[in-house]
Design a protein around this ligand. Structure first.
Ligand SMILES: Cc1cc2nc3c(=O)[nH]c(=O)nc-3n(C[C@H](O)[C@H](O)[C@H](O)COP(=O)(O)OP(=O)(O)OC[C@H]3O[C@@H](n4cnc5c(N)ncnc54)[C@H](O)[C@@H]3O)c2cc1C
Length: 219
């Protein structure tokens, strides 16, 4: 396991281009660009994780995603060779990229000038929304299933299937947001996997929608 941290947390604005290290926390990216008066990633203020993970996974929220702003990604391959990849060589889908077995070291993001006060106000609203509508204070891994496309989100479908608050061992479908599964204190990995299966099957049976995992199951 490799954890990218402070040595790779560069943040630099060159005109409207942000040059950012993969180890920079995504919320910090959102805050710093907003303070510098640039829009494009301001809505990522509540997305935990790093720029590297976000660029690799095409993280996003509130209608914005990394794919829209990335213009170049510097990567290192398994042999230690470092090279820049222009955006046209990277294909992005919802929460996925074709970056493959490389390590993202740095990214260039094309942003647009916007008054800092306006961006700060928006970020305040989004953070309040997250705190009120997601289990911010409980251990969880974010959205469990991908939104299937169409009018209803994964959370809405799980809620409509009557599963909000459903508990299996120590794992629970959050009563606040049905696409977040929380550890109420004693959840094991097995509890979480069983809960995922139960929710997937129940939604398919009751509503005819096959939910696809957004989280990666390792091991
Ligand atoms: C409470 C909560 C809320 C969340 N909300 C959102 C949301 O609104 N939108 C959203 O998109 N996600 C959300 N997430 C999921 C997650 O935080 C993001 O997707 C985040 O961008 C992942 O970044 P990370 O650095 O933690 O990557 P990790 O989770 O550590 O890794 C994700 C994947 O990227 C790979 N990876 C990580 N860093 C690199 C690198 N430098 N180079 C190459 N590959 C790399 C890993 O191998 C793995 O395959 C949420 C999670 C939580 C817990």
């Amino acid at each position: 396991m490799i954890r990218l941290g402070k040595g790779l947390d560069r943040f630099e604005m060159k005109g409207a281009t942000a040059i950012v290290g993969a180890g920079l926390p995504t919320p910090l990216l959102a805050r710093r660009t907003a303070e510098a008066g640039f829009a494009g990633v301001e809505r990522f203020i509540g997305v935990p994780g790093t720029v590297g993970g976000g660029v690799y996974m095409n993280a996003g929220c509130h209608g914005a995603e990394f794919a829209e702003v990335v213009t170049e990604v510097t990567v290192m391959d398994a042999k230690g060779k470092i090279k820049p990849l222009p955006r046209k060589q990277i294909s992005y889908k919802y929460r996925a990229s074709n970056l493959g077995t490389v390590i993202v070291l740095e990214a260039k993001l094309a942003l647009i000038e916007e008054p800092p006060a306006k961006l700060k106000e928006l970020q305040g609203k989004l953070l309040r929304w997250r705190k009120a509508g997601t289990p911010f204070d409980q251990p969880c891994c974010g959205s469990v299933f991908k939104n299937p496309g169409g009018p209803r989100t994964a959370g809405t479908l799980i809620d409509e299937a009557g599963l909000k608050g459903f508990t299996l061992g120590g794992a629970q479908v959050s009563p606040l947001h049905a696409n977040y599964f929380v550890n109420t204190g004693s959840a094991t990995a097995s509890d979480v996997l069983k809960l995922i299966e139960h929710v997937r099957k129940t939604v398919a049976k009751k509503l005819g929608v096959e939910l696809e995992l957004e989280v990666k199951v390792i091991g």
